[in-house]
Design a protein around this ligand. Structure first.
Ligand code: SF4
Length: 345
């Protein structure tokens, strides 16, 4: 089994409910950013986040109201650095009371403090950011020691009974041999899955040179697809095929609505053309027909999981072979870290 069974059953129930109600578009994962503040200033991140200011955060009530308005079965609490959010434990508990699956996306630095206040729960997944092994990750995070802290937190979390996964952005400079080394290491540590997504370049980012263009993305993700047969890669195989250029999807920007302290961000997690004050203004105000087509210049090099993992879910029923591939991924054994050379490509 790859992910807890309740995630699949919640998702199927949510899809059936929406189909019955005649909804062709419906949210899948709420990206909830309770605050902008972060305790790092990573090179791939927007500079406006690099503030320790906790004043401009959403209140706990606003966060939970957003969870209710959106209705998505999965809530990804990101940011900013969500473990800095003073009400983080109450927020997670509120989501779990609503029978949501919570993904806590964190750089790991404050997890030790978080573990003292929180408890493991089957509906809580800790997702630690790791962009490579020690030297690379510390460079990306622009601070020495972040890798060691993150690894210590992953080990501590697993020991305490938390389900822990990691997520990695693959940059233009990323060496794929190092990605294999990291996958072998994390699989051995016992992480649930390593999510990998191509970096995305757009004008809001401070250093665009680090981001990939399509040919690079395809080449690197063909390798990821191969590695996923041997290591605990958590991205779905159909998304990896898409990232490798072996299949195509329209974008599904409405699959992952993003709530920030400024409002509902549209059209997608990456592009904040506008922040809408209410859910209804956002849901009915974004031109989804346009953004699904990926014809906007800013969409040309985008293969981010936030836009396209929902596309995998959306188009799954249209092909039995894809259903079988996903069933094998979800219910088959998790690859156990055997050397890639022992596996046929
Ligand atoms: S293709 Fe990427 S940038 Fe364009 S709408 Fe989709 S997620 Fe956003």
């Amino acid at each position: 089994m790859r992910y807890p069974l309740h995630i699949a059953t919640d998702m199927i129930r949510w899809q059936v409910k929406n189909k019955v109600q005649g909804n062709t578009r419906f949210p899948v994962v709420l990206m909830l950013e309770p605050l902008y503040a972060c305790n790092l200033a990573c090179i791939g991140c927007s500079p406006e986040r690099h503030t320790g200011d906790l004043k401009d955060r959403l209140s706990l009530e606003e966060c939970l109201a957003s969870v209710d308005e959106c209705g998505a079965p999965v809530v990804s609490i990101c940011g900013g650095e969500p473990t800095m959010y003073p009400e983080i434990v109450e927020l997670i508990e509120g989501c779990i009371e609503r029978r949501k699956q919570v993904i806590l996306c964190t750089n790991g630095i404050l997890l030790e403090r978080f573990f003292k206040k929180a408890r493991p729960h089957p509906r809580l997944l800790i997702n630690v950011h790791l962009d490579g092994m020690r030297e690379t990750h510390d460079t990306v995070c622009a601070r020495t020691g972040v890798f060691d802290k993150a690894i210590a937190a992953i080990e501590d979390g697993i020991r305490r009974g938390y389900t822990v996964s990691t997520n990695t952005t693959v940059y233009r400079e990323t060496e794929m041999d190092e990605i294999e080394e990291m996958l072998a290491y994390l699989t051995e540590l016992g992480v649930q899955g390593v999510l990998l997504s191509p970096g995305y370049h757009y004008e809001a980012l401070a250093n665009r040179d680090h981001f990939l263009f399509l040919d690079d993305i395809h080449r690197k993700f063909k390798r990821v697809l191969q590695l996923s047969r041997s290591y605990a890669v958590g991205s779905t195989p159909l998304f990896l095929e898409f990232a490798a250029g072996l299949r195509d999807y329209p974008c599904t920007p409405w699959g992952n609505p993003t709530r920030t302290p400024l409002g509902w961000k549209g059209p997608c997690y990456l592009i904040g053309e506008r922040h809408y004050a209410t859910w209804d203004e956002y849901w009915n105000g974004v031109d989804w027909d346009y953004w699904e087509t990926r014809s906007d210049p800013r969409c040309q090099n985008c293969k981010m999981h936030s836009g396209f993992e929902p596309s995998v879910v959306r188009h799954l029923g249209s092909n039995l072979r894809d259903v079988w591939t996903m069933a094998k991924f979800q219910f088959g054994p998790k690859p156990g870290g055997k050397p890639i050379s022992s596996h046929p490509s």
